[in-house]
Every structure is written in C-alpha cells, then in structure tokens.
Design a protein around this ligand. Structure first.
Ligand SMILES: CC(C)(COP(=O)(O)OP(=O)(O)OC[C@H]1O[C@@H](n2cnc3c(N)ncnc32)[C@H](O)[C@@H]1OP(=O)(O)O)[C@@H](O)C(=O)NCCC(=O)NCCS
Length: 333
C-alpha cells in the first residue's frame, strides 16, 4: 500500500469510529480495536503527566468492553459528537500509524445527572493486522498546548458591520457558494483550504466551527454583503496563544467579490474587535511574499509590515517565505 492510500485507510478507520459513536453501536466500536489494546487515560484534559493517569478500560476484552458501552449508551443521550482529524502519519515501514484527533463529544444522562464532556486532543495509534488497521493505543483526551485554558471564543455581539460587509456566523446557505469559491486555485495556494474541495469537505469545515469556537481555538465568520447578505468570503481568528495574548487573522474572498474592498473592511472590523474584546496584545497577519493583494489588504487595514520569515510555510512542495504584519491595540488607522 502506498503512503497516501495508507493515510486514507487510517483516516477511514477514524471516521468509522466517529460513526460508531454517532450511532451508539457498541458492536462496531469493539471491532475497531486490536485484541492486545491496553487503555489507561488521563483523568482530566490537563493531566499531561502520565504519572497521574488512571485505569479506564484496562486490557481489551470484547465482551466486557461491548457491555460497558452498551450500558453507557442506554443511560445517556448523545448531544453532539464533533471530531476533526488534525493529522495522520504512517510509519516508514507502512505497518504502523497514528492519527491526531480533536474530540468534542457531549453526553447527557437520562436520569438528570451531570453531563459527560469528552473534550481534547487524542493520539490514536494503529497497527496493521492482516490488511486492516486496528487501534492498539490511545493517549486519552488532553488539551494542547499543555496549560492552555479552554476558553470559548464569544461571537461579536452586536454583529460587526459597516456599509460594505457584515460578519456573521455561517449558515447552511453558505456551504454551496463557499465550495464554489474555494475551487479557485489561488485560495488553495495562499491559505490552508484544500485544493478543489468537495461539498462534503466544505460542509465538514463548516460543521467543525462551533467546536473550534467553543474550544477557544478558532473563530471563523462569514463575510456577507451588508446590503443583501450574499456570501462573499470568510475571515478567521486562529492560532491563539492565550499566555502570550496573541492570535493571527486569516481570510479569503470569493473570486466574484474581489477588488471591492470586502477583505479590507472585514479585516478592519474583526481585528479591532479582537484587540479590544478578547484582550489580545498582538494580532499577526501572515501573507506569502508573492501575495501582493493580501499585503495590500494588510496595509489598507492598518497593519505594520515587520519583515520576512524564511521557509515559514512548509505545506506545499517547497517551503515558502512569509511576510509578517501585525496590529497592536495602540495602532491607529
Ligand atoms: C487577498 C484577497 C483576500 C483580497 O480581497 P479583496 O476583497 O479583493 O481585497 P480589497 O478589495 O479589500 O483590496 C485591498 C487592496 O488590495 C488591492 N488588490 C486586490 N486584489 C489585488 C490584486 N490581485 N493585485 C494587486 N492588488 C490587489 C486592491 O486594489 C486594494 O488596494 P487599493 O485600496 O490600494 O486599491 C483576495 O484576493 C483572495 O481571497 N485571494 C486568495 C486567498 C488569499 O490570498 N487570502 C489571504 C491569505 S493571507
């Protein structure tokens, strides 16, 4: 199996696990494990030190595990189950792999007891047995980076608006135009959006937003036309470092809505709000050195050009240089 197909196969196993939780299917869950799996876990999302770990499930035992989950499913209602695969990595020999998955699963007991919130990042470790990937180890759910306070990001209230654009949460109606817009190779080239995304990928991005916002990781808003609410693009606050009180801003505009000041207006509105309402001391804006349009947006929105970070973006075939801009609370413009 080549590396790409192996990664896809591991991702499919992660998705199969997500569906098994969605459908509360204890039988299908049990089928995902290696028979030698041993499962200790951190008692809280802050327990990064394994010296604090406790015994949860013990060693795999299909009958015992199936029974535990069945009793759990009978006693709880699934409120939501949001899972996002952050990374899949296959070992050079092609026989081992791990997947990093952000989990946000909320269970509500039927008897009115306390909710159970599974929230954090897991490393799921797989081994290839007779052509199928089996889960053999798991770190449990931990918050990353360690010590990060999970602090839900508020939505701007009232909504941010000027005479040109309005920033608002996504709606279902945005999925189709957002998917059409992101077929533009420039968006893929200059942002983290995948090339030619399918409608399902766009929807998955959209579905992941509430969990990212509640987990304090990302706030993404739709940029809509101030007059007719038509979808123009998206803007995000991301890469928060709460200890250093800084974050980054990123955006794209649909090809049909460009060069009308939408990006500049959206960046002005959200950046000022982030600095005043979230208590940040610095907001960074990264653009590729050949992204002249985005550099103009940064300047027009009052950001200061600080310099070039060499080989900072290693996502493509070759590492690319980044021009970094920043806005501080005292900056005018
Ligand atoms: C960069 C991007 C967001 C700009 O959006 P936009 O709404 O067209 O930008 P604005 O209309 O606010 O334009 C701001 C400034 O940039 C200039 N500009 C816009 N597109 C330009 C282009 N292709 N070439 C040169 N200048 C350009 C505008 O003329 C304007 O400058 P001015 O006020 O001096 O005339 C949009 O082109 C885009 O989505 N590109 C692909 C994704 C991307 O690069 N995202 C940013 C990643 S950092």
């Amino acid at each position: 199996m080549d590396k790409r197909s192996a990664e896809e196969a591991v991702e499919a196993v992660v998705d199969a696990e997500t569906r098994a939780w969605d459908e509360q299917d204890a039988e299908r869950l049990v089928a995902l494990f290696h028979q030698d799996m041993v499962w200790p876990w951190p008692p809280t999302a802050d327990a990064h030190d394994p010296a604090e770990w406790v015994w949860g499930m013990g060693r795999f035992d299909a009958e015992r595990w199936r029974g535990m989950w069945q009793r759990f499913f009978d006693a709880h209602e699934l409120v939501h189950n949001r899972r996002r695969t952050v990374r899949v990595s296959v070992a050079p020999d092609g026989k081992g792999a791990f997947a990093v998955v952000d989990v946000d699963t909320l269970w509500r007991p039927h008897d009115g007891g306390e909710d159970q919130h599974w929230l954090g990042r897991a490393c799921k470790i797989y081994t290839l047995v007779d052509g199928s990937w089996k889960l053999i180890a798991h770190t449990g759910l931990l918050s990353y980076p360690p010590g990060r306070k999970v602090q839900p990001l508020p939505l701007p209230d009232p909504a941010l608006q000027d005479e040109r654009v309005r920033l608002r949460p996504w709606t279902d109606a945005d999925v189709e135009p957002a998917n059409r817009a992101t077929q533009d190779p420039l968006i893929h080239r200059f942002t983290g959006v995948p090339a030619s995304p399918t409608l399902e990928q766009t929807r998955a991005f959209f579905d992941a937003q509430p969990a990212l916002r509640e987990g304090g990781a990302e706030l993404t808003l739709a940029i809509a036309d101030a007059t007719d609410d038509g979808f123009l693009g998206t803007i995000s606050l991301l890469r928060f470092d709460w200890d250093a009180r800084r974050a980054e801003i990123g955006y794209w505009i649909a090809p049909w809505a460009r060069r009308r000041g939408a990006a500049t207006a959206a960046v002005r509105l959200l950046s000022r709000w982030a600095l005043s309402e979230l208590g940040l001391v610095r907001l960074a804006l990264h653009t590729h050195t050949d992204n002249v349009a985005s550099q103009r947006v940064a300047e027009r929105a009052g950001f200061t050009r600080e310099g070039t970070l060499r080989a900072f973006d290693a996502r493509g075939e070759h590492p690319r240089d980044i021009v970094v801009f920043s806005l501080l609370p005292g900056d005018g413009g």
